[in-house]
Design a protein around this ligand. Structure first.
Ligand SMILES: [Zn+2]
Length: 304
């Protein structure tokens, strides 16, 4: 299925004083899907507190997890893999990245698009998995201008209703209030150009939405169909390359409804393993592409 693939890791820094300078880097992968092309473009990464990543992972498993992540002692790097689909007629971004105001290590999407010769103005559609900051805050730039000036937007009705509700900010935990304020602000920015969909529909020709709510109330994953080939954009249902697969029953502290998140994860893994569909995981190790296989009592991620 993947007929052409390359991985470019780029770093730009100023000469011999590089160690003094912030290093900008991104990873990018490209593949064909039928007649269409897929690029995985990086928005940088998030820096997450270890306690948040381990979340509700059972304590007796922490030591083992840490052994496989020797560098991640206090802060864990979480990659940001955005999927760009181009079929000659449409140029579709799945999610919009973090923009300039979330974390300094993120918001690199424009540089990543530049590197493959794609202008933000070329994007015809932006399709959202959900409205967390690292997925939707990238719709506006430093000057509050629309980044994707010519795009139309699609988001699930449930996700829209939840974050657009002015009461949501009062219902979320204090540390998440900025998420609610930000989501509503971004939604107001795209309001004139957004269509809301219900799950199990085609949001665009060949792009099927299905409900994976749990991480957020309207979280959606997508299958891109091209001829006999398909690719699944899973969003944040599978965020850790090990335990999201080996222990889908572990509840995630980052899911707004942890039990619903577990159910969504199990159902998705069953489907991915049965159909042998290639997937892109937003926070899986760059570029986030691979397959799912059954292993022991759980599953395993087979990275490309
Ligand atoms: Zn995310």
């Amino acid at each position: 299925m993947i007929t052409r693939r390359h991985l470019i890791a780029s770093a730009a820094a100023a000469g011999a004083t590089a160690s003094m300078m912030p290093v900008r880097s991104w990873a990018q992968a490209s593949m064909k899907l039928g007649e269409a092309s897929i690029d995985i473009v990086s928005d940088g990464h998030l820096q997450l507190p270890l306690s948040m990543v381990l979340g509700r992972v059972p304590e007796d498993q922490h030591a083992e997890w840490l052994k496989s992540h020797p560098g991640d002692v206090e802060m864990v790097k979480s990659p940001l893999n955005l999927t760009l689909y181009r079929d000659g007629e449409r140029t579709v971004m799945f999610d919009a990245g973090s923009g300039p105001n979330f974390m300094s290590s993120a918001g690199k999407l424009k540089a990543a698009l530049d590197a493959i010769g794609v202008a933000a103005d070329d994007v015809t559609h932006v399709v959202f998995t959900h409205a967390h900051p690292d997925h939707i805050w990238g719709v506006i730039d430093d000057f509050d201008e629309m980044v994707f000036a010519n795009a139309e937007y699609s988001i699930s009705q449930a996700e829209w209703d939840y974050w657009y509700d002015p009461e949501t900010v009062n219902k979320v935990p204090a540390e998440r209030q900025s998420f609610a304020v930000g989501a509503k602000r971004m939604m107001e920015a795209i309001e004139e150009k957004v269509s809301r969909f219900t799950p199990d529909t085609e949001v665009l020709p060949g792009i099927e939405a299905f409900d994976t709510s749990g991480h957020t109330p309207g979280h959606t994953s997508f299958v891109i169909h091209q001829g006999s080939e398909s690719l699944m954009v899973v969003g944040d249902v599978l965020t850790n390359a090990e335990y999201s697969f080996s222990h889908p029953e572990w509840e995630m502290g980052t899911d707004s409804d942890a039990a619903q998140g577990v159910a969504a994860r199990k159902a998705l893994l069953d489907r991915l393993a049965a159909d042998k569909t290639n997937l892109v995981g937003y926070h899986l190790p760059h570029p986030g592409t691979g397959r799912v296989e059954k292993k022991d009592t759980g599953f395993v991620f087979v990275a490309d």
